[in-house]
Design a protein around this ligand. Structure first.
Ligand SMILES: N[C@@H](CCC(=O)N[C@@H](CS)C(=O)NCC(=O)O)C(=O)O
Length: 258
């Protein structure tokens, strides 16, 4: 039995939800309410000691990190394959799945700045202390502290955006050299992982990801969205991807999309 603890349309959750749907695997969905700090509850921390989503539980064993989870799913459920047979394509698939994980902190920084900064600045002392005390990963603790106190500087945000756009520029070149998918002719885990990165960049900076500058990434995105599994995963308002939760934290954060 597969159970997925996820945050709906958060970047890493989309990557695993998409993989499961491409495989046609049924799973029990547990929506983790990040804005209610459910990721920091003692029960969740037993599954994922880093206090982040997603977590896959297979036959009672927890697997963490979206990249590792998708590799695990591919190993455990090889049909239909999402790892190319050709070794060169396979290496490129891994490169892009890994790259999605690597660029995620820069994108998360931009997501926080655009989607949550104001609310985080309004966190009560009690809420902030709770986050600082419960968040297990030191860099994430520091991020909460910075966001609550001063926020990121314009230079830090520029640097993050430059890093994301550089990655997408590289992706555009790769698609030109080997397309139609990031690994080559085979649709793979690399496309699934990069899908979530491109989606968030479109949400935050649609003008920067324009067709003139990134023609192949734009074509690739259309190809990706033509896949029924992707269409389903990226739809908001489903039970798995609630748009706006009715409930709020004590701090008033009503959306949490990183
Ligand atoms: N590289 C990790 C990152 C996980 C991650 O950052 N998850 C975010 C949502 S995309 C999260 O749970 N953030 C909560 C927090 O940082 O407090 C993965 O791919 O699983």
């Amino acid at each position: 039995m597969l159970e997925l603890y996820h945050g709906g349309l958060t970047t890493c959750s989309k990557q695993v939800r998409h993989c499961l749907r491409e495989k046609g695997l049924p799973y029990k969905s547990h929506f983790v309410e990040l804005w209610r700090y459910e990721n920091l509850s003692p029960d969740y921390l037993k599954l994922n000691p880093n206090g982040v989503v997603p977590t896959l539980v297979h036959d009672g064993v927890a697997i963490i990190n979206s990249f590792c989870i998708n590799e695990y799913i591919e190993d455990a459920f090889p049909d239909p394959p999402l790892r190319p047979k050709d070794l060169h394509e396979r290496a490129r698939m891994r490169y892009w799945a890994w790259t999605a994980d690597e660029v995620h902190p820069a994108l998360a920084r931009l997501s926080y700045a655009h989607m949550m900064q104001r609310k985080i600045r309004e966190l009560s002392e009690a809420d902030l202390n709770f986050m600082l005390e419960k968040t297990p990963v030191p860099e994430r603790r520091e991020r909460w502290r910075v966001l609550a106190k001063v926020g990121h500087s314009a230079e830090q945000l520029d640097e993050a955006l430059t890093s994301v756009l550089f990655t997408l520029g590289r992706m555009d070149q790769e698609l030109a050299a080997h397309g139609p998918w990031v690994a080559g002719v085979t649709f793979s885990l690399g496309d699934i992982s990069m899908g979530a990165i491109v989606h968030r960049t479109f949400e935050l900076y649609p003008q920067r990801l324009d067709r003139a500058t990134f023609p192949r990434v734009n074509d690739w995105w259309e190809r990706l969205m033509a896949r029924p599994a992707a269409k389903m995963v990226y739809t908001s308002g489903l039970e798995e991807t609630p748009e706006r939760p009715a409930k709020q934290t004590i701090a008033g954060i009503s959306e949490f999309r990183i």
